[in-house]
Design a protein around this ligand. Structure first.
Ligand code: URP
Ligand code: ZN
Ligand code: ZN
Length: 469
């Protein structure tokens, strides 16, 4: 039996190496890798192109219900279309429990939101905001066993945060069940106190968002999160790490032999707190938490990507439109920063930014790029080797990159439903020209070829990295 498709003559890159070879695809999977494979029913010429595994965006927010009345701009259709154009073939957004809600209800609601929409495959993390007896005793263990094997907890945001005792309770459940806990580490009381003082002084413009969440706030919470995890003796992953002070805590813990994983995001490589300033309210476009820091911190994040401190680079795509009463301007253009929904768009730009500025400028190598954006997230969240690599038997989730293509980023060329990109005008070299999901071409040369709803839900295995010793 012949191949459905053959991708011919590309430089095939994995987290281990890069070789010039053909990829034979059958029944949505990689059927063969080698030189001079027999012709397929369809041939894709990849000469001069680099072929990587499809990206796994393990931290993004799509159609997530918000307690403050704001509305995310991307649903599972626009969000996954945008992801696919940017070279991502699997997304893992969050089924978020509202306080008082059962986890089961949050998961069912999220499945309804996704139904019939995604163009690429998807899994769910959980967000645990109300670790009641029922949640800890029944729901969470049951959901973990059903394939929701990772969950996020918050140390800040009034509607989501857990106190230290609750953190210990969920961490020990994660240890017992073998799940991976993702932690948003910022000190809530410090933020509240600083915010009150800034507002009392009339300092309410978007720029002051950064002053309300200085690096010390993140450092202290990171230290505390790692201490709690050490007490329980369980691996954890610190999400969206913004700079040197949190990195230092993570390195110290890793150096002491604790199993600590870390994630960072493009906003901490390419934005600074200055981007929250500028004319009028425009800085609201770059309000996210933790906030971007400064150039020196960007360099520390780059080093952390190269030296193994960070295991994954995710987008933390949290899409709110700017000029929209349900988005950044929810309370108008003179509102205090505290009322601006947190988060920035980036599901489509994550890979091109890292490819151009990381691989292209020699800050990381191609294997590191694949590891950070596809292989490691697939491993950490229990979907490897089906996702995250190029190997016989794996899903044929593949991206073809033209390393020579020069692109000036504009929001108009992106496919999300947000009215801006924080990276407007950036000049990149290297661009994903085709994305395949389970062997089907989802998008190619700017055209969307996938049917709405073709994406499949993935249950996740228990992450080996989270297994207790
Ligand atoms: O500001 C951010 N990061 N918004 C998204 C939600 C989160 O905490 O990840
Ligand atoms: Zn977070
Ligand atoms: Zn997030």
């Amino acid at each position: 039996m012949g191949f459905d498709r053959v991708i011919r003559g590309g430089l095939v890159a994995t987290a281990a190496d890069a070789v010039l070879c053909d990829i034979g695809i059958g029944d949505g999977r990689i059927a063969a890798l080698g030189a001079d494979l027999p012709r397929g029913r369809e041939e894709i010429d990849a000469a001069g192109l680099i072929v990587t595994p499809g990206g796994v965006d393990a931290h993004c927010h799509l159609d997530q219900p918000m307690a403050d009345g704001s509305v995310m701009a991307d649903d599972f259709y626009t969000g996954t279309v945008s992801a696919a154009f940017g070279g991502t073939t699997t997304v893992i957004p969050f089924a978020c429990q509202q306080k008082g809600q059962t986890l089961r209800a949050a998961v069912e609601d999220y499945h309804r939101r996704a139904a019939g929409k995604p163009v690429i495959d998807y899994a769910f993390h959980l967000i645990v905001s109300d670790p009641s007896e029922q949640v800890l005793g029944q729901e969470l263990p049951a959901l973990i066993r059903e394939g929701y094997t990772s969950f996020k907890v918050y140390m800040t945001y009034d509607d989501l945060k857990l106190d230290d005792r609750q953190m210990l309770a969920v961490l020990s459940l994660a240890r017992r069940e073998g799940a991976l806990t993702m932690i948003h580490a910022e000190n809530s009381d410090c933020i509240a106190w600083l915010t009150e003082r800034l507002e009392a002084a009339g300092k309410t413009a978007p720029l002051f968002h950064a002053a309300s969440r200085p690096a010390a706030v993140e450092r202290e919470a990171t230290h505390r999160a790692l201490t709690l995890a050490e007490i329980v003796d369980v691996p954890v992953l610190i999400v969206h790490v913004s700079g040197a002070e949190a990195v230092e805590q993570i390195r110290l813990a890793q150096g002491r032999g604790l199993r600590v994983f870390a994630e960072t995001c493009p906003q901490y490589l390419f934005l600074t707190a200055d981007d929250l300033g500028g004319d009028g309210f425009a800085g609201a476009k770059c309000i996210c938490s933790p906030p971007p820091r400064d150039k020196a911190n960007q360099e520390v994040i780059w080093s952390g990507l190269a030296n193994g401190t960070f295991h994954i680079l995710s987008s933390d795509h949290a899409p709110f439109r700017y000029a929209d009463p349900r988005g950044k301007m929810r309370r108008g253009s003179t509102a205090s920063f505290r009322h601006v929904p947190n988060g920035i768009p980036g599901i489509e730009t994550r890979l091109p930014l890292l490819f151009s500025e990381g691989v292209g400028k020699g800050r990381i190598d191609l294997a590191g790029f694949v590891a950070l954006t596809a292989t490691n997230p697939a491993k950490l969240y229990g979907i490897y080797p089906r996702k995250g690599t190029i190997a016989v038997g794996a899903d044929a989730d593949l991206v073809l990159w033209d390393p020579a293509r020069a692109v000036a980023l504009t929001n108009a060329m992106l496919h999300h439903n947000v009215d801006y990109t924080p990276y407007e005008g950036m000049r990149l070299k290297g661009w994903p020209v085709a994305t395949l999901s389970r062997g089907e071409i989802v998008c190619r040369d700017g055209a969307l070829l996938a049917q709405k709803g073709r994406g499949r839900f993935l249950t996740c295995a228990l992450p080996p990295a989270a297994a207790s010793r």
